[in-house]
Design a protein around this ligand. Structure first.
Ligand code: ZN
Length: 540
């Protein structure tokens, strides 16, 4: 996803993360954010979702067949579906199941204990008027809009809020349908329905068209998306690391010429990302950009694009260096998510830095591919003014809560520091590629990713992760001079903070949290600007 920011000027708050853990959560946060007993016994294998939206009444009706494996005995199942959407009936082996509403979810009752290791399915019929998004993609819900020719144009954005805002599912990031999803969209007239993966059939019956799409790979529930409008498309191939990748582009019929010019960037960004991150993770499902009635979203194998066919972020450069205008922010950022976010997904959204910090850093890596290391460095440094240090990047677990939006620019600057510490871009790239291989199509925790980087680099990165992900303090290098010798120490930092620092002249120093002396004559030392830290000269 992408965020809007206010710029904080010179505001640094020196509070610990403790303050922020006192937020009050309610039962709905727990139902949505934790692995409840009613969720723990079953594992989603596949969703077969069919929907028929009605543009004029702003309602949808449909069904979702959920194929699942039974992990352990269970008779009570939690199915998430937020009001005002409702479940009409649930069918299991030809019989209707009992179900009841509890807060934002439903409890579904099976008559007998289901046998562990069995593969079963239920079909849930649902209908209603889903919540509408007012400011998609930042809030969430359905978008019922009109294109420039005043024709219907519909879609959904629901990251954070959750897919259960419009269809019944197990709405937790840790459980993706292992075997993918089938999505059928039925539309009126000549409206085209587009979804994730590949189009496997179309059917016209009684003036209605049904488009069936298939995703073969695991997919986050919020990534499943319909786009309905007067679309046209073209295809091309990308000669990538795992063969010829099918690239499909779907835009409103009157935008096709603009899009053909702008989307030329996709070839170079796929090339760059395969270089840094390894093979595109969804060759079977193809790569697809779909014009959307909102700015953008990383919908897997069907990326939402609404950046007006311009470079930058709606024509702006988020780094204020001019570099951000050299490429299309939404194409780059949302495509980066195919590796970080879609292939590697955090189990809990509190660990969403895994998606956003690496994807944000993919913008720097793409800039580096196109224009060299110096421009890449300038870009990531330029984005620092968007860092708020308002609350920690990692929030509380099991309550469906994201941490600070600093997961974008501060997280990227933390990764940039780690790259400096490795001091070998080939090694840095090899680790990025290994991470994408080792956690390919997996749901992970922050701790797994941190341990992976500590092991692969052989560096003591834990204090750095703790500092930048779990506090809002920016470490300060204090410098003082006593009798001709220069002393340094870290302050505003975690207890064992030990970041090795490169100076502008290329020299390395190893400050600690107590005063230590460094070579004479370094009192006017200048820090390499690739390190996101502060410096303060202090008097004796
Ligand atoms: Zn994002």
């Amino acid at each position: 996803m992408i965020r809007l920011y206010f710029i904080a000027i010179g505001c640094i708050f020196y509070f610990s993360s403790i303050i922020f853990s006192q937020q009050i959560y309610n039962i709905n946060d727990t139902l949505r954010g934790s692995i409840t007993e009613e969720r723990a016994w079953w594992d989603v294998q596949k969703y077969k979702l069919s929907i028929t939206p009605d543009f004029y009444s702003r309602t949808i009706k449909g069904s979702n067949e959920i194929n699942f494996s039974v992990l352990k005995n269970g008779t009570k199942m939690q199915i998430d579906l937020q009001q005002p959407m409702r479940i009409d009936s649930i069918v299991y082996e030809g019989n209707n199941l009992k179900f009841e509403r509890f807060k934002t979810v439903y409890y579904v009752y099976f008559q007998n204990n289901l046998k562990p290791s069995s593969e079963l399915s239920i079909v849930i019929y649902f209908s209603g008027k889903p919540k509408e998004a007012e400011k998609a993609p930042w809030d969430g819900g359905w978008i019922w809009s009109y294109d420039k020719l005043n024709r219907p144009w519909m879609s959904v954005a629901c990251q954070g809020l959750g897919a259960s805002v419009w269809y019944p599912c197990k709405d937790h990031q840790s459980d993706e349908p292992d075997l993918g999803a089938l999505i059928s969209i039925t539309t009126d007239d000549s409206l085209i329905g587009i979804s994730n993966g590949r189009l496997i059939s179309t059917e016209t019956k009684a003036n209605k068209n049904t488009f069936r799409w298939e995703v073969k790979n695991p997919i986050n529930s919020y990534n499943i998306v319909p786009y309905i409008g007067y679309y046209k498309n073209w295809n091309e191939k990308f000669a990538g690391e795992s063969g010829l990748l099918d690239c499909q582009y779907w835009v409103l019929d009157y935008e096709i010429e603009n899009a053909k010019k702008q989307f030329k960037q996709c070839q170079s960004l796929l090339k760059s990302f395969e270089y840094w991150f390894g093979s595109y993770p969804f060759y079977e499902d193809g790569y697809k950009i779909v014009q959307a009635p909102f700015l953008g979203m990383e919908h897997q194998s069907a990326i939402a694009y609404g950046n007006k066919f311009e470079n930058g972020y709606l024509g702006r450069d988020l780094s204020s260096t001019g570099i951000g205008l050299k490429w299309d922010f939404i194409l780059v950022h949302e495509s980066g998510h195919e590796w970080l976010g879609n292939s590697i997904t955090s189990k809990d959204i509190s660990d969403m830095w895994i998606h956003e910090s690496f994807t944000n850093y993919s913008e720097t890596l793409y800039t580096t591919s196109l224009y060299g290391i110096e421009k890449g460095n300038k870009y990531v440094q330029g984005t620092r003014k968007l860092i708020l240090n308002d609350k920690p990047i990692i929030s509380n677990y099991d309550v469906n809560t994201e941490g600070s939006g600093d997961m974008y620019y501060k997280g990227a600057n933390m990764l940039h520091i780690i790259r400096q510490l490795i001091r070998d871009d080939e090694k840095f790239r090899a680790i990025l590629k290994l991470m994408n291989e080792q956690f390919y199509h997996q749901n992970v925790t922050s701790s797994q990713i941190e341990q992976f980087w500590i092991l692969q680099t052989g560096l003591d990165l834990q204090p750095i992760f703790n500092q930048y992900l779990r506090t809002i303090q920016i470490p300060v290098l204090e410098v003082k001079k006593i009798k001709g010798s220069t002393f340094v120490k870290w302050s505003d930092c975690v207890l064992d903070f030990n970041l090795e620092l490169k100076l502008k002249n290329g020299k390395l120093i190893q400050p600690k949290t107590e005063w230590t002396s460094v070579r004479k004559g370094l009192f006017k030392l200048r820090i390499d600007p690739n390190f996101y830290v502060h410096m303060k000269q202090v008097e004796n």
